[in-house]
Design a protein around this ligand. Structure first.
Ligand code: AMP
Length: 519
């Protein structure tokens, strides 16, 4: 009988006596434990009525058991649906109504507030928390798992069957469920494992959340495929990270991980001299962070580019030049082109346009949303990412921003990234975020939120003086605000929507001409 594409692919080279994960509580998980515990969860899910193709929604605290639940769901032929821990009950209600899972697994601490939501939709509710000791329950699913057999006849699943439903972060509009197939996930993991040279000797420092493609698929699947091990942390706790680095060979992180390490005096060249690889993604890594990291450690961070819908698309080279500010080249098997956002015409190197992607990594469409799916694919099968980028003469791709973040002020296009880059070059500026907000004369006006470096005094006037000779008038902010930090989500992405909301009324109802007051 046909196998289960993703599970069989990931586990083909398993050596059951080898270490899979070192856990924060001191426990060690072997590859045999991976097989046993995923079988236990698969048995429990089937026993709860989960059929192949059913969704299993999970909003649980990060734990190795939650990761095993992902594999258990795949083994049961189900569609794994991880949910951001920050989602409120109202948001969860939307996901439950949209995805109609057979089972919803929540944090034991949230059982009371989630119970009415699950009950009203006839969804079976289970809980899964963090394991503390043999004597303590880690939730109903953990308890049931302990009583379940460690063998399970993994359900067959074909390459095109859906393995996971990942909702987009929804920075613009309602989040949509991206259907990822067995082949999407397996092929991308294989490509990354080879491209980044992961082997059974690797120990990956895993401090990312596991509700997102980065920590769930990239970090985990690559390690499983290679037969390597994880230093599995529950979060990016600086003391735990410093403690885990000496026994790690590689780390995958979002840019904020790297800036936090650089802010830490105990993070030294000696501590990471033995490391093989640092990967960054999910949000732009400032060229300045890249440079500071190299100066401090001698390592050049390898930046890559991906998204929920496509897994990973592009990566800087392992051996060649890792270029700061660029996400490198298309991964093997992935095609990337730059197109005119309006007409879809493919543009020549050097032109700025929307990034389009095709390849075995590209998802099967949005869950129960054929209209949205049709809108975001070109007739020849390329997916329109919504990211704006440019490919230089050497073939390196750089991301300039999101198409939806494009500001049209007085009829002119303003790419926030260009304004941010100019502001970031000003003495004393650490970083900035530029957004467009409604303006009675210009349609939209540019607003800049600027974060000074520690100890630096930056004023709005100094920002304006710093960019005035550099940027055309229409690109210059009409309002500059100094802040200690930018708003960010769990993946380190600046939540521009929050800034747009905050300044939405700033220019509305103001007398014409008063917008030069840049306090
Ligand atoms: P998500 O679907 O939450 O993984 O978000 C995907 C989006 O994150 C992409 O469409 C990009 O806008 C952004 N992104 C991911 N990696 C990078 C990167 N290396 N540099 C800049 N933006 C990135």
């Amino acid at each position: 009988m046909a196998g289960n594409v993703l599970f069989d692919g990931l586990t083909r080279g398993f050596q059951s006596d080898r270490l899979f994960a070192r856990l924060p509580d001191g426990r060690h998980y072997s590859y045999q434990d991976v097989l046993d515990v995923s079988a236990r969860f698969a048995n429990v899910l089937v026993e709860r009525g989960v059929q192949p193709g059913d969704r299993v929604a999970v909003q649980a605290p990060k734990s190795i058991e939650a990761l095993m639940l992902y594999l258990g769901a795949v083994r049961a032929g189900a569609v794994f649906l991880p949910l951001n821990n920050a989602y409120t009950p109202a948001e969860i209600d939307y996901f439950l109504s949209d995805a109609e899972p057979a089972v919803f697994v929540c944090d034991p601490a949230h059982h009371e507030r989630m119970a009415p939501l699950a009950a009203s939709r006839g969804i079976r509710l289970e809980t899964l928390g963090v394991w503390r000791s043999e004597a303590e329950s880690a939730g109903t699913l953990a308890d049931a798992g302990l009583a379940a057999p460690t063998t399970f006849e993994t359900k067959p699943r074909a390459p095109g069957d859906i393995a996971a439903l990942l909702y987009t972060s929804g920075t613009t509009g309602r989040s949509k469920g991206a259907m990822l197939t067995h082949d999407n996930l397996l092929s991308n993991s294989r490509t990354l494992q080879q491209h980044w040279r992961f082997t059974a000797n690797d120990v990956l420092l895993h401090a990312l959340p596991i509700f997102h493609t980065h920590g769930l698929f990239v970090a985990t699947n690559v390690t499983l495929l290679a037969g390597g091990a994880l230093n599995f942390l529950h979060s990016f706790d600086i003391d735990c990270v410093l403690g885990a680095l000496p026994t790690s060979t590689a780390m995958m992180g979002v840019p904020t991980f790297y800036t936090r390490l650089l802010d830490e005096p105990r993070f030294t060249r000696e501590l990471v001299a033995h490391m093989r690889l640092f990967v960054s993604g999910s949000a732009p890594l400032l060229a300045e962070t890249h440079a500071r990291f190299e100066a401090r450690t001698g390592h050049r961070i390898l930046e890559r580019y991906g998204m929920t819908e496509t897994s990973m698309n592009a990566s800087n080279p392992y051996d060649g030049e890792r270029r700061p500010g660029s996400v490198g080249f298309p991964l093997p098997g992935v095609s990337i082109r730059i197109a005119d956002p309006q007409t879809g015409e493919v543009l020549a190197p050097g032109a700025v346009g929307v990034i389009e992607v095709a390849g075995p990594n590209v998802f099967a469409g949005y869950w129960r949303n054929p209209e949205k799916t049709a809108e975001e694919f070109r007739p020849d099968g390329y997916f329109i990412t919504g990211d704006v980028g440019v490919v230089d003469g050497d073939g390196y791709l750089s991301i300039v921003g999101r198409a939806k973040d494009l500001i049209i002020s007085g009829g002119f296009n303003v790419y926030p990234k260009e304004v941010e880059a100019a502001i970031d070059d000003i003495e004393g500026v650490a970083e900035s975020a530029v957004v467009g907000v409604p303006h009675p004369d210009f349609g939209e006006a540019v607003v800049a939120v600027v974060v000074p470096k520690a100890g630096a005094a930056v004023t709005p006037q100094a920002v304006m003086a710093g960019i005035s000779g550099r940027l055309a008038r229409f690109k210059q902010p009409k309002h500059v605000v100094i802040r200690p930090a930018l708003p960010r989500n769990a993946m380190g992405k600046v939540t521009k929507k929050d800034l747009r909301d905050e300044f939405a009324d700033h220019f509305i109802g103001r007398p014409a001409g008063s917008d030069r007051a840049r306090a």
